[in-house]
Every structure is written in structure tokens, then in C-alpha cells.
Design a protein around this ligand. Structure first.
Ligand code: BDR
Ligand code: CA
Length: 317
């Protein structure tokens, strides 16, 4: 049985790769896409999701619900300098045929979770604003989601937006704190893992280029700005923070172990706002703070297996 999945996304750069995996991998049944504030302008992110669905040959088959266009309390911080002004490598693709749904993402999430209790997995690959708003409105959804995969935070690694914080948690730290305290069954993939285990370098990108498919060309175009940006921060290649999680959902063997932890988010620090504070459960005896782990934190990823999965997806069209 394929995993029944909803992706909450701020569609730009690697969010697109993640959507392609979810749209085309036989082990995933993507049932809806919800759009959160994040990487680039909100309307552009909606268009990017719709265009990606069209590129995957799935136009009209997966609904896209616009959600919260601003963080709960923070000022929005864009990441267009990472992904291009349109979030798609400065490609400015035409509008897709499919249009967004009139229903708000928060309503769609709550309705769909209640309609299939215990059956839906969610991949949250954006600031956690929509998920927090949904669980504030209806706290009972936390126990009804099968697993909530989250891309965000850092685990013993530097951040990517400040030295202490990763982008998704930095943009909406209050939302992240609410979600980690809500009682979901959470699996967390942090930015440090992405830098260690998911960078595809120029030789890998040449392998993708040689596929010579429409999707391989699309991937290279969407990721060309992030490839250049990464060079300026000492990363030689394209990072895959969101698509590594989609790949783990499709093929759990890509994840190299999970550690039960207590995860909380700093919301007030002068230098550390948005930082993830992660305590492994094994420290519980020493650190009385850890009474009950609230997340499993991923310890690593099998890069070769991930690359093979991604190339398989990109060779499909
Ligand atoms: C996260 O921030 C965004 O720019 C990416 O889409 C990813 O979800 C990485 O920190
Ligand atoms: Ca994202």
C-alpha cells in the first residue's frame, strides 16, 4: 500500500524535487498540496506547485490549497536569493492549466485528517505556520495524523539563515514550537544532515544531465540558482533538504537511523531565535528536562540510494 501523503510546502528549489518524487514514486499517493509562507512570494509559490504538478504529467489530479501567507508573529523573511526571484532558478515559467482550490489549506488539512484518521502522513517542508494554525484550531488532529515528517532545525550543526537557526524554523519559530508541543508523531530531518548527506556535486549533476529527459532538464533549470548560491557558502553542489525526506517516505531504507529526542524551539533568544534545542532521550537521566521524547530525529541518509531514487524519478518523463 502506498503512503497516503499531504505535502505542506513553500514551493521553490528543492521543494519542487520533493513534489516530483511524491507525484511520481509508486510508493507514495500524494493526496493534496498545501502552500505555506516561505521561500518566495506567496502567489508565486502556488504557481510553482501547480507548474510542478503539470511537469509531472499529473495536471488536475492533486489539489493545491493556499494557506497562511504570513508567519504567526514574525516578519516574513524571503529566501529568493537562494532559489531565484521566482523560486525556480529565475525561469519565470508560464502559468499551469490547473488552478488553486478556493478552500484554505488549514480547513483542507483538518477535514482530510478527520476523514482518514490514522492514515495520512504529512511532509512539512516549509515554515510550520499552516500546521500550527490547524492544530490550534483543532488540537484533536495531532493524534489522527499517522506521521508528521518535518524538514527543519539543526542538530549539532550551524544554521543556514543565522548561525543558530535553520530557515523553516527561523521564519516562524512560534509555529514550530506549537507543532512540537502538540502531540504529533514527529520525524525530524535537520539542515545538518542535508549538508552532510544530500549534496549532489557537479559530477552527480552531469549524470542527471545525461538522462536527457524533460524532468532532468527541469531539475537542472530549477536548481541552477541554488547551485551558484551554495558555492558562496562553501557547499559544492545542490542540497536536497526537502526531497531527502520525500525519498525517505518512499524508501525508508534511505534513512540511516532515528533517535528519540526532546525537541523545542527558541522563540526569544537575541542571537538564537528559531534555533532548535534537541536533547536525545538517552540524556534523560542527566537532564531532567527530557521526560518524554516528542520526536525521532534522523541520524543520516544514504546518499547513493537517494541519488538513484531521484534519477529514477527524473528519468520517468
Ligand atoms: C529549507 O529552507 C528552504 O529554503 C528550503 O525549501 C528548505 O525547506 C532548508 O533550510
Ligand atoms: Ca521548503
Amino acid at each position: 500500500m502506498p503512503v497516503r501523503l499531504i505535502i505542506d510546502t513553500d514551493t521553490a528549489g528543492d521543494d519542487v524535487n520533493s513534489l516530483l518524487i511524491a507525484l511520481l514514486h509508486p510508493e507514495i499517493q500524494l493526496e493534496a498540496v498545501t502552500i505555506s509562507v516561505g521561500n518566495v512570494g506567496f502567489e508565486q509559490q502556488i504557481e510553482n506547485a501547480l507548474y510542478t504538478i503539470e511537469m509531472a504529467g499529473r495536471s488536475g489530479q492533486v489539489p493545491v490549497y493556499p494557506g497562511c501567507a504570513t508567519p504567526l508573529l514574525s516578519e516574513w523573511v524571503a529566501a529568493d536569493y537562494v532559489h531565484g526571484r521566482d523560486g525556480m532558478g529565475d525561469s519565470f515559467f508560464p502559468k499551469a492549466r490547473q488552478r488553486p482550490e478556493p478552500k484554505h489549506a488549514v480547513d483542507a488539512l483538518i477535514e482530510r485528517i478527520h476523514a482518514a484518521p490514522g492514515e495520512l502522513t504529512i511532509l512539512a517542508q516549509a515554515p510550520l505556520t499552516n500546521i500550527a494554525a490547524a492544530v490550534i484550531r483543532d488540537p484533536s488532529i495531532a493524534a489522527k495524523v499517522k506521521t508528521l515528517y518535518i524538514m527543519g532545525g539543526t542538530y549539532f550543526a550551524p544554521g543556514n539563515i543565522t548561525p543558530a537557526a535553520e530557515y523553516n524554523f527561523y521564519v516562524d519559530p512560534e509555529a514550530a514550537r506549537i507543532v512540537f508541543r502538540a502531540g504529533f508523531d514527529i520525524r525530524l530531518v535537520d539542515w545538518g544532515l542535508c549538508v552532510r548527506d544530500t549534496v549532489l556535486d557537479d559530477a552527480d549533476l552531469d549524470d542527471i544531465r545525461r538522462l536527457d529527459t524533460e524532468l532532468a532538464r527541469f531539475y537542472l533549470q530549477v536548481n541552477r540558482v541554488v547551485r551558484r548560491f551554495n558555492e558562496t557558502v562553501g557547499i559544492r553542489g545542490v542540497t536536497h533538504p526537502d526531497s531527502i525526506v520525500a525519498a525517505m517516505i518512499a524508501d525508508p531504507a534511505i534513512a540511516r537511523g532515528w533517535q528519540p529526542c526532546q525537541v523545542d524551539i527558541e522563540t526569544r533568544g537575541e542571537l538564537t531565535r528559531g534555533a532548535s534545542v534537541i536533547t536525545p532521550a538517552e540524556y534523560a537521566g542527566v537532564e531532567k528536562r527530557v521526560e518524554k521524547p516528542n520526536a525521532q530525529v534522523c541520524l543520516g541518509a544514504d546518499k547513493a540510494r537517494f541519488k538513484a531514487l531521484l534519477m529514477d524519478i527524473l528519468s520517468r518523463r
